[in-house]
Design a protein. Structure first.
Length: 247
DNA sequence: CATTGTGCACGTCAAGCGGG
DNA sequence: CCCGCTTGACGTGCACAATG
């Protein structure tokens, strides 16, 4: 196991321990967490067979009973690990509450040139909240290519078109023409590889979007902090003006 | 200089969701 | 209901900095 791997295991297991505590507080059965799925995944993916800390701990603790309960644990863990709303959904919900907050657009825009959005992103002060609480010109939240301005890898430029087949993927004959088990197996393998390749690209794209989202939030925080500071100063000024002079 | 810690990007799995 | 997309979670490897 790599050093980094060890660190991540620790980090992961801290979170898992927290979840166990939470589930105990809820009165639900403590989850033995990652062990079953990790093992499951490693078996599937053929990755190294070194057990995780959680696996080791669980093996040590439960040993005999673990086997019969592993399936149950797996499902319980899945329940506990139920997904939070996606960041995009959060932002979109936010945008419906606050009229001025733009939504993260679906794909398309990123293929169609980058420069306009860079300009928008580079001017975070375009955010302005009126005295009535409305936001004006919050262009900085629009999905943009901050990475281009900050020197990050412009991954969107390398990005393979989502609709196009990746290089190296050879289309097999139509399923109707498959007969032998071997052909079926090949077809299954081909489908799997295609799926993995697509998901690989999707994951990259997803991460890129998430980074954008985080940067948007950060710039928003910066803007709101400035705004807050100004308002506090204004308040102090008004207090000075309108407070009764005692002298 | 070896070891350890940290951050980041990546590949994969699986759950959830929306569209057809 | 099925399929494809999106994304959280997990595990891994690599690069680099800090430390003894």
């Amino acid at each position: 196991m790599s050093k980094c791997g060890r660190k991540k295991y620790i980090k992961t297991n801290l979170r898992q321990m927290t979840m166990e505590i939470d589930s105990q507080q809820d009165g639900s059965i403590p989850d033995s967490v990652a062990e079953s799925e990790s093992a499951h995944m490693q078996m599937q993916t053929g990755q190294n067979s070194i057990p995780t800390l959680a696996q080791v701990a669980t093996i040590a603790e439960t040993d005999e009973s673990a086997e019969s309960e592993s399936v149950i644990d797996f499902h319980k863990r899945r329940e506990i690990l139920s997904r939070r709303p996606s960041y995009r959904k959060i932002l979109n919900e936010l945008s419906s509450d606050v009229p001025g907050v733009p939504k993260i657009e679906e794909e398309k825009s990123e293929e169609e040139g980058t420069s306009p959005n860079i300009a928008a992103m580079a001017v975070p002060t375009s955010i302005y909240q009126t005295s009535t609480g409305q936001y004006n010109e919050e262009t900085e939240l629009a999905p943009s290519h901050i990475s281009a301005t900050t020197g990050d890898m412009p991954t969107y430029q390398i990005r393979a078109p989502t609709t196009a087949l990746p290089q190296g993927v050879v289309m097999a004959a139509s399923p109707g023409s498959l007969h032998s088990p071997q052909q079926l197996a090949e077809e299954a393998t081909r489908k799997r590889e295609l799926r993995l390749m697509k998901n690989r690209e999707a994951a990259k794209e997803c991460r890129r979007r998430k980074k954008e989202y985080v940067k948007c939030l950060e710039s928003r925080v910066a803007v709101l902090e400035v705004q807050n500071k100004k308002l506090i100063e204004e308040l102090e000024t008004l207090k000075d003006i309108y407070s009764p002079k005692t002298d």
